[in-house]
Design a protein around this ligand. Structure first.
Ligand code: SAH
Length: 241
């Protein structure tokens, strides 16, 4: 079944606005016909059945039918990740979306050298992953800012799972098992790691929990997936409420 993220309001009988790209996909790639059914969601109004009312090459018209599922939100965990090279950052966006991240915050650290960011492309990857994995919303992807700015404005109500490969951090699974359910963020550094002064600054946050992901040095994308997995399994929606 085709599942599309759309931007307009959804209600029974309402016309569903789709982009020219989505129209092209429905008409020319998936070859839908008038009357065919699909599933749509917009991150606000739940998930709806929709049917094709009219289908031009670049302007499909869909009409919403029955509501299939009520809106839900993802657990309050955000991923703060250094701007690593593009393919790895794109992997992180796709996998973190599937793993239920609520927000992605790319950051510029002292040892970040990648200065690419095509937020539009990252958002498109997040949308595609959300459509595929059946989540009910698309994670927010923020403009990159300096790590220092994020730390200076830190809200102590949000715990920080600081993924620190330096060796003296507590094993992640053990640290999270003892932790409270609260809003959380996960912090992953660049390929060159955090500088000593960044580590000191991060560890000085009252809400930071430095954790180890084992004795091997992981690439940033692997570390992000491993950290999200552990968080979801211990504090997130992979466990019973
Ligand atoms: N400083 C390293 C590479 C950093 S790996 C070096 O060049 O030797 C990129 C990021 O992944 C790190 O900053 C950290 O946030 C995370 N990471 C990788 N391996 C990890 C581990 N074993 N434990 C905790 N975090 C890890």
């Amino acid at each position: 079944v085709i599942r599309l993220f759309v931007s307009g309001d959804l209600a029974a009988g309402a016309t569903v606005a789709v982009t020219p790209e989505q129209s092209h996909y429905l008409a020319n790639v998936m070859r839908l016909r008038s009357g065919d059914r699909l599933v749509v969601f917009n991150g606000l109004d739940g998930e709806w059945e929709a049917s094709v009312d009219a289908l031009g090459k670049r302007d499909a018209r869909l009409v919403a039918g029955d509501k299939l599922r009520d809106q839900t939100t993802e657990p309050d965990v955000e991923l703060i990740v250094a701007l690593v090279k593009r393919p790895r950052l794109e992997t992180i966006v796709e996998k973190a979306t599937e793993l239920g991240v609520r927000r992605l915050r790319p950051v510029i650290t002292e040892r970040t050298n990648a200065d690419h960011t095509n937020l539009g492309r990252l958002r498109a990857i997040a949308i595609e992953a959300a459509e595929q994995c059946e989540r009910m919303d698309v994670p927010e992807i923020l403009e990159p800012v300096k790590l220092r700015t994020v730390l200076d404005g830190w809200d102590d109500g949000r715990r920080l799972m600081f993924c620190d490969e330096a060796g003296d951090a507590a094993p992640a699974a053990q640290a999270l098992a003892l932790a409270e359910r609260a809003p959380w963020a996960i912090l992953i550094g660049p390929e060159g790691g955090f500088s000593p002064s960044e580590r000191t600054r991060i560890r000085a946050l009252a809400s930071a929990a430095p954790v180890s992901l084992g004795p091997r040095i992981l690439r940033a994308d692997t570390a992000a997936i491993a950290a999200m997995t552990l968080w979801q399994a211990t504090l997130g929606d992979w466990r019973r409420a």
